[in-house]
Structures are given as structure tokens and as C-alpha cells.
Write a protein that binds this ligand. Structure first.
Ligand code: AMP
Ligand code: GLY
Length: 413
């Protein structure tokens, strides 16, 4: 079997490695110079669906896997499916569950999914007044896609007004932030729950915990993700009922709307004292969660993804391997702001001898890689328990070297 994995991050690298372990032939497009050390990477612009269809025609994969949200929201899966390919990833209509936070809130309300109280605004005065009425303890979210940077968790009125003005007055989040969702700020532990979906049924994957803030102790700005562990540090409530409350109703609702969801549905949950609440849905595998997830899934992931793409997932099963995995993201100075780029990426052979590396912001040539993005590489430790996995990940992360390399020191600790 052959898979074409579309995307250029550590998530796509990790999926490709897993499929290879399951004896698939794998090509990645566009991939990056780090992934190209492991399997073929083919040029592709992620915003050029016609080129993706042409590439698929040339490669003749049994399955096309679309990793990132932006091309899914823009309709890449629709185009590939129309070209006759089995595609893992939702249509544009179903991907709105991530592409519009306001739409996601509507679906949650209709489906009876517990979530934070919210209101939607496109006028700054009304948004400010709402934030003040809540004492400033609000979460200000861009409606559209903002690469993990469209959320401000505010502690007071000043912070909330600053976030509102940045988006609605100064337009700093572009079109994505022309409309804002203001949510009540919740407290609790977070959990990432992902399931493969075929439009009607779903198969739950092992739970993960990710670390979104830039700095140790969950301080600093939100990022795309600085690390992940599976299983989570503190075991959550029984997963079956949690998935029945948060995944199943959305799969059913999207099917009822005539836009069945095929691909990975990701629920970002907060486990509050009053019960679980959904913070967001993603229409794809999480990053960096996938880097740890693929170390823990028991069974044939590739076959299950193909079944999901074909709408025949019912009866498939995937389990969780014993043990634990921890992913530490090594990022470039400046991330999540504009990162410093173009530095030689050294020490990767030594690091890979300790733990697998999953490459993201890597350019240059495979034999002379350089930094080319904020999140450069996820180092993945895997062991009999979380402390062992974490120790391996940190031993390897310390060997990756470039000027300004930085990672959180408290992943899984
Ligand atoms: P999201 O992209 O919606 O998952 O938000 C990113 C991060 O912001 C989440 O992982 C949480 O850490 C935080 N967050 C989002 N919504 C809330 C909320 N209602 N209350 C508290 N924290 C939140
Ligand atoms: N790690 C969170 C995400 O992929 O959105």
C-alpha cells in the first residue's frame, strides 16, 4: 500500500514513520529537509489544490492523508475526492468545525455538547462591554484559523480589551480575527481526545495532553504546542463516556447537516469541577500530540485510516499500547513571534541515537539542514512509564543544537 502524506510538519513526519512501520510506502508533500532524510518529499504548495491532484495522479497512492487544517478548510479533500482518491481528512464543509469557532459553538449547542458560555462579536465596543461585564476573566478567540495563536486567555479587563482591540481595531489577526468569540474562562486540567471518523462511526485513540503555553509552568503566550504526553499526567475520567459526550454528538450532528466528517476529529477538553467542557474542535490530528500518539496506538493505523476514508470504519478497533510517550518541541528563538531562521541544525545524529526526531521547521538540504520555522523538531521519548519516556526525550533534546534553541523543561513533569 502507498500513502501520500500532505503537509510539512512533525505531525506528518510522525504519521509517515508510523505508516512505514506498518509496511506502507510513504511519500510526503511538501515535507521538509528533515523528513527527506527518511522518505521522499515532493514539492507542493499547500494552497494549490490543482497541483495536489496532479501530484496524486502521478503518485497513484492508495490513500492521501491531509495533515494540516488550512488546506482542509480550503477544500483540498473535496478536490482530491473528486479526483477519485481515497482521502483521509474532512471536506471543507465538515472542516468548518475547526475553521469557524462560531460554527463550532452552534454545532455544540445543537448537539448538546458541554462547552464554555460564549458570545460572538464583530464590534469592539460591544465586545469590550461584554468583557467588562465578566470582570475581564474571559478568553478572546479569533473566529477563523490563526495557527494556534488566535486565543488570549485574559485575567482582567485590561488584558481582555487589549486582545479585543488587537483583533477588531488593529486587525492584527487578519480576516481570522474580524469576528471574535468571547468565552467564560474555565479552570481545570486539559485533555486532547482524538478519534478516527468515517462520517458516522468513530474509533477513539489514546488520550494525550499537550502543552500550549510557551514557557514553563504554563506561562507566556499560547503557541501551536510545545510538547505532549500520552497518557496524560493525571488519568482522566473513563474515556468511553467522555467520547460519547464530546465526539459522538458532533459526528452525528455533522452527518445530519449533510456534511459527514471523515478524518480525525479532535476535541480539546477542559475537565472542570462541573464536568468536562469542550474548548475547541480540530478537524485533523493534533501537533505535537500526533508525535506521541503514534507511539501508543496498538493495531493497524493505516488500515483504519483507509477504512475511515472509505466510510467503512464500523467494526475497526485500535487499542493503546502499554507504556508512555513524551514529546518535547525544540523551537527557535522568538517563537511564537517571528523566529530566527537559517541556523545550521546540529547534533541530530547523536540525538536520533537516543530518541526519534520528528522534523518541522527544517530547510536547507537533508544532509545540511537549517532551521526554517518556529517549531523546529519534536523529540519523542517512549518508555515503560512516563518518567522513563520524559527522561529519554530530554536527553535527546539536549543534543539538538542551533543558536537560540529552546524548549520547555516541564513536559510530563
Ligand atoms: P483553543 O485553541 O480554543 O483550544 O484554545 C487554546 C488554549 O487556550 C486552550 O488549550 C486552553 O489552554 C486555553 N483556553 C481556551 N478556551 C478556554 C476557556 N474557555 N477557559 C480557559 N482556557 C481556555
Ligand atoms: N496541539 C493542538 C493542536 O494541534 O491544535
Amino acid at each position: 500500500m502507498k500513502a501520500l502524506v500532505i503537509g510539512s510538519g512533525a505531525r506528518e513526519h510522525a504519521l509517515g514513520e508510523r505508516l512505514r512501520q506498518e509496511r506502507w510506502r510513504v511519500a510526503c508533500a511538501p515535507g521538509n529537509a528533515g523528513i527527506a532524510r527518511r522518505f521522499p518529499c515532493l514539492p507542493l504548495r499547500l494552497d494549490d489544490p490543482a497541483a495536489a491532484v496532479a501530484l496524486a495522479r502521478a503518485e497513484e497512492p492508495d490513500l492521501v492523508v491531509v495533515g494540516p487544517e488550512a488546506p482542509l478548510v480550503a477544500g483540498l479533500a473535496d478536490r482530491l475526492a473528486a479526483g477519485g482518491f481515497a482521502v483521509f481528512g474532512p471536506t471543507a464543509a465538515a472542516a468548518r468545525i475547526e475553521g469557524s469557532k462560531a460554527f463550532a459553538k452552534e454545532v455544540m449547542a445543537e448537539a448538546g455538547v458541554p462547552t464554555a458560555a460564549h458570545a460572538t462579536f464583530d464590534q469592539p465596543d460591544a465586545a469590550r462591554a461584554h468583557a467588562r461585564s465578566l470582570g475581564g476573566r474571559v478568553v478572546v478567540k479569533a473566529d477563523g484559523l490563526a495557527g494556534g495563536k488566535g486565543v488570549a486567555v485574559c485575567a482582567n479587563v485590561e488584558e481582555a480589551e487589549a486582545a479585543i482591540d488587537a483583533a477588531l481595531v488593529r486587525g492584527e489577526l487578519g480576516e481570522a480575527g474580524r469576528r471574535l468569540v468571547l468565552e467564560e474562562r474555565l479552570e481545570g486540567r486539559e485533555l486532547s481526545l482524538m478519534a478516527l471518523c468515517d462520517g458516522r462511526s468513530y474509533v477513539l485513540l489514546p488520550p494525550c495532553q499537550d502543552y500550549k503555553r510557551a514557557l514553563d509552568g504554563d506561562r507566556g503566550p499560547n503557541t501551536g504546542g510545545m510538547g505532549a504526553v500520552s497518557p496524560p499526567l493525571v488519568s482522566p475520567a473513563p474515556l468511553g463516556p467522555l467520547a460519547e459526550a464530546t465526539i459522538a454528538p458532533v459526528v452525528a450532528r455533522l452527518a445530519d447537516l449533510g456534511t459527514p466528517f471523515r478524518g480525525t476529529l479532535y476535541a480539546g477538553l477542559m475537565l472542570t469541577a462541573a464536568g468536562p467542557r469542550v474548548l475547541e474542535y480540530n478537524c485533523r490530528f493534533g501537533d505535537p500530540e500526533t508525535q506521541v500518539l503514534v507511539e501508543r496506538i496498538d493495531g493497524f493505523l493505516g488500515e483504519a485510516m483507509l477504512a475511515a476514508a472509505r466510510g467503512s470504519l464500523a467494526g475497526s478497533r485500535l487499542g493503546a499500547r502499554p507504556g508512555a510517550a513524551a514529546g518535547v518541541v525544540v523551537c527557535a528563538r522568538g517563537y511564537p513571534g517571528a523566529p530566527r531562521l537559517g541556523d545550521p541544525l546540529l547534533g541530530i545524529d547523536a540525538a536520533e541515537a537516543v530518541a526519534p526526531l520528528r522534523f518541522a521547521g527544517v530547510g536547507g538540504a537533508p544532509e545540511r539542514p537549517v532551521t526554517a520555522g518556529g517549531r523546529v523538531v519534536t523529540v519523542v521519548g517512549h518508555g515503560p512509564d512516563l518518567p522513563a519516556a520524559v527522561a529519554l526525550a530530554y536527553r535527546a533534546a539536549a543534543l539538538v543544537s542551533f543558536p537560540g534553541a529552546r524548549f520547555r523543561g516541564d513536559i510530563g513533569r
